[in-house]
Design a binder for this molecule. Structure first.
Ligand SMILES: NC(=O)C1=CN([C@@H]2O[C@H](COP(=O)(O)OP(=O)(O)OC[C@H]3O[C@@H](n4cnc5c(N)ncnc54)[C@H](OP(=O)(O)O)[C@@H]3O)[C@@H](O)[C@H]2O)C=CC1
Ligand SMILES: O=C(O)C1=N[C@H](C(=O)O)C[C@H](O)C1
Length: 272
């Protein structure tokens, strides 16, 4: 298969990331959009994807036929909602179509479902497809390991007001990297709620704080505080094109893999 033949179906195509992916794919010649999947009640159903973005018609209409999309595509790219995950994975497995899952807010059962599907078909899970965040994950792990248990770690994330999940998937991934650097598991040390609590600070905890305001695309800061000395590692994104480019690069990479569970670090060559 040459790159120019890669056929991509977007799931969650009527959303913010869907629009950004469609926009990008209409301008690229290494990928072809073959299906734009949304849900059965969407007002976008039947519309041409180009027309909806005030561009020339593209010949692909929004549809809720997930199975037809999976059959037509070389790779599925999912930016939808956690509630759609089970159907998306089932379609990928049934049609043997690799799937890039970018939806966040998954619960632990859903994360297990993603891993289980990866035994049957190539699956890549990325809470954040940007190069910067994936570098940051490695930096945070290294810093946490180097600074050790005397260092307090807190994570602050800021996003637009339409975001439904909190903390963000990226914040959780950064928390996992910080915990791993100290030889911990995030579930054992995470602190999600301090407001209206009167409990003393728990040494070794990793706390999460969330801001929702305006149209902030995505900002994450990891604070590593050792007494009076403070290291702040920050990543900011000003446009969703960054995520869309990362997702398409992941799709191009995943199409060539055998069944297995993959992450952006594999695509970017950042594997340990
Ligand atoms: N990994 C990454 O780099 C990034 C991940 N994300 C994550 O991607 C997800 C989507 O983000 P965003 O685009 O901002 O959110 P949106 O709410 O704008 O988009 C989600 C879209 O999915 C549609 N949808 C709902 N149910 C289904 C279904 N069963 N099948 C197909 N489509 C469905 C929604 O329709 P309707 O509008 O009618 O509800 C909506 O258009 C979120 O979980 C977000 O956190 C976001 C950015 C980057
Ligand atoms: O919903 C968003 O917008 C984003 N979601 C992802 C997350 O939850 O980490 C990635 C990015 O921060 C934007």
């Amino acid at each position: 298969m040459t790159l120019s033949e890669l056929k991509v179906a977007i799931i969650g195509a009527s959303g913010r990331m869907g629009a950004q992916l469609i926009e990008l794919m209409l301008d690229r010649d290494d990928v072809t959009l073959v299906a734009a999947v949304t849900h059965a009640e969407s007002s976008a159903l039947g519309q041409d994807v180009g027309s909806r973005l005030h561009r020339p018609t593209a010949g692909v209409q929004f549809s809720h036929d997930l199975m037809a999309a999976a059959k037509a595509a070389d790779v599925l790219v999912d930016f939808s909602l956690p509630a759609a995950l089970a159907d998306n994975l089932a379609a990928a497995v049934q049609t043997q179509t690799p799937i890039v899952v970018c939806t966040t807010g998954l619960n632990s059962r859903q994360h297990a479902d993603v891993e289980a599907a990866a035994a049957k078909v190539p699956v890549l899970y990325a809470a954040n497809t940007s190069l910067g965040v994936n570098l940051l994950l490695a930096l945070v792990r290294t810093a946490s390991q180097a600074l050790g248990s005397n260092c307090d770690i807190e994570i602050l994330e800021a996003h637009h007001t339409a975001k439904r999940d909190a903390p963000s998937g990226t914040a959780l991934a950064l928390g996992e990297a910080a915990a791993a650097g100290r030889g911990q598991q995030l579930k054992d040390v995470a602190e999600y709620q301090r407001n209206h609590q009167h409990d003393p600070y728990k040494k070794g905890s990793i706390g999460f704080a969330t801001l929702r305001a305006g149209d902030i695309v995505g900002e994450h800061t990891v604070y590593l505080v050792c007494g009076s000395e403070r290291l702040e590692l920050t990543h900011r994104v000003a446009g969703r094109k960054t995520f869309a480019e990362g997702a398409l690069n992941a799709a191009l990479w995943l199409a060539k893999q055998t069944p297995g569970f993959y992450h952006m670090k594999h695509v970017l060559g950042l594997d340990d």
